[in-house]
Write a new protein. Structure first.
Length: 172
């Protein structure tokens, strides 16, 4: 298939009639969908969540299904596609360093460290590193364009001083 055929196939899927049991994948964390009976509100979903279309959705929520099945309409409304028709396997975090990313990374690390065999543990830790990468640093130093080396050295010294514990002298 070429790009034109791929695009045509996606357009046909987006325009196809909805059926009970079809799946919808959330692409952006924090997306709210109201797919049930009106008056009962919606639910906030995280990235990668999969929601099934129900008879109530078909009966009462054609308006929701209309924009869910139309990526162009989502782009016009929000500047990003938030929901896709069908099941798409996604990681639940939006970007490296998100709290959800940190939780999943730490769980994977703990599981890897629980391996009794050192070779298996090393393989598991390598897989964690491949999938998640390194933890983002918590400290950064910004050097502004045009900043002299003397100013940079002073900024680095100030930072180093701020990291040392300070002694407190108290008199009685």
């Amino acid at each position: 298939m070429n790009n034109k055929e791929d695009s045509d196939a996606l357009d046909e899927l987006a325009e196809a009639e909805w059926r009970v049991g079809e799946e919808v994948t959330i692409l952006v964390s924090g997306t709210t969908l109201a797919l049930g009976i009106p008056g009962f509100g919606g639910e906030v979903y995280g990235r990668g969540a999969v929601v099934r279309v129900t008879i109530d959705t078909l009966t009462y929520r054609q308006d929701e299904l209309e924009w869910i099945g139309n990526p162009d309409q989502q782009l016009r409304k929000w500047g990003v596609q938030r929901v896709a028709r069908g099941r798409i396997e996604l990681d639940p975090w939006d970007k490296k360093g998100d709290p959800i990313w940190e939780i999943h990374r730490e769980q994977a690390r703990q599981l890897a460290h629980s391996q009794a065999d050192p070779r298996e543990r090393a393989r598991a830790l390598a897989e964690v590193q491949r999938k998640f990468g390194s933890m983002p640093t918590s400290v950064s130093t910004d050097i502004l364009p045009g900043q002299s080396s003397e100013a940079r050295k002073l900024a680095e010294d100030d930072f180093a001083r701020s990291q040392r514990p300070r002694a407190v002298i108290s008199s009685s």
